[in-house]
Write a protein of this length. Structure first.
Length: 367
């Protein structure tokens, strides 16, 4: 019998999509060197857990209805994932590359060998790398199923060990790997692009999502029993993120951009913040009493989150052009208006694309 849907997971998809748009709006706001640091902190630091949280949600979605103990057809699994992710990834990479080519007045990016490299590393637009990593997670699904079967024998011990291994890997890549140099240019490029394809940065949070799916009732009971402690932990992790952001600017003289590149989701604080954020919002959305209007808002946003993810850079590009034509800069007010507009217009575009004929919709939205 198919398990009932988990509304909290749908709501979290919507929340994470709001966070991702915030991060990307923050990138535009950085063009103003005097942009309000508190607003930037909200967009670029508070929202940081939402990127890896999507891997958590993806693992949950994959394993909630199909346990690691169930029979598994790798071929069937890949066939479905290709439809949902690979086809839209190719289509949107071509669309964004074509746009960039039109702006640059050069078709170089559409040349087969260049386009192929963009597809390999997710270079078509700044957000597409996520789908590359997701596809690698899918390709390695037998490995994750084996890992979860092993973890389920001693989940607390093994997930704790893996957490610190994850922290060490992420720390080395973020703050020490810059000194690594290869004599071969192509090898140096592959290494420098590791953030665009290496699943190793997100294994722990992916497996946490799978573990929640495998032991959902038991884990939800535990989370509910420790709601206060989880809330405190989430707040402390958020304070650590924001505190680090303000500290490196005040004490080390970092610019806003340098601070964001230092305090991110792969930093030690970021890993803890991601873990606490995922657990906290699963609990919060589960126990919260919502009105019909609020519930509809989160449901609609969550259901449309994938389409919003795919289309929202075009909306941000259009808004940026409007600001340029109007001669307006990135003030706190224009940034807030940009964010709200991006959410609304991206949602509307997703709904519009959802009305396309099924065959076309399958390649554009994966459904």
């Amino acid at each position: 019998m198919r398990k009932p849907a988990v509304p909290a997971i749908t709501y979290m998809r919507g929340l994470c999509m709001l966070g991702v748009i915030g991060i990307h709006v923050g990138s535009y706001a950085l063009s103003n060197p005097h942009i309000n640091i508190h607003l930037l902190g909200l967009l670029e630091i508070v929202s940081r857990f939402t990127v890896p949280a999507f891997f958590f949600l993806s693992a949950f979605g994959l394993l909630y209805h199909t346990s690691v103990e169930d029979e598994f057809s790798y071929a069937d699994f890949l066939r479905r994932r290709i439809q949902v992710v690979l086809y839209p990834y190719i289509v949107w990479t071509i669309l964004y590359t074509a746009y960039n080519a039109s702006v640059a007045h050069s078709a170089w990016g559409l040349m087969p060998h260049v386009l192929g490299l963009s597809l390999l590393f997710g270079n078509g637009m700044y957000h597409l790398y996520f789908l590359v990593i997701l596809l690698w997670f899918y390709a390695l699904m037998p490995l994750w199923r084996w890992a979860l079967r092993s973890i389920l024998k001693a989940p607390i011990l093994l997930m704790t060990i893996l957490f610190f291994v994850q922290m060490a890997v992420n720390y080395w890549s973020s703050y020490m790997a810059g000194s690594v140099q290869f004599s071969q240019e192509w090898l140096q490029y592959i290494f420098s692009m590791r953030l665009n394809y290496f699943v190793g940065f997100y294994v722990w949070i992916f497996l946490l999502g799978g573990l929640l799916a495998e032991k959902f009732d038991a884990m939800l009971e535990w989370i509910d029993a420790h709601g206060f402690a989880i809330t405190v932990g989430f707040i402390v992790s958020l304070v650590a993120m924001l505190g680090s952001y303000y500290y490196v600017m005040a004490e080390w003289g970092y610019t806003r951009l340098e601070a964001i590149y230092t305090v991110h989701q792969l930093s030690p604080q970021g890993l803890v913040y991601t873990a606490m954020g995922c657990v906290f919002f699963v609990w919060a959305f589960t126990v919260s009493s919502m009105s019909d209007v609020v519930e509809t808002f989160w449901t609609e946003l969550g259901d449309a989150s994938y389409g919003i993810y795919l289309v929202h850079p075009f909306v941000l590009i259009a808004f940026d052009k409007v600001l340029q034509i109007a001669g307006l800069g990135y003030t706190a007010m224009t940034v807030i208006v940009m964010y709200i507009s991006a959410v609304i217009l991206s949602f509307g575009l997703t709904k519009l694309l959802g009305s396309l004929p099924k065959q076309i919709r399958g390649y554009v939205l994966g459904k």
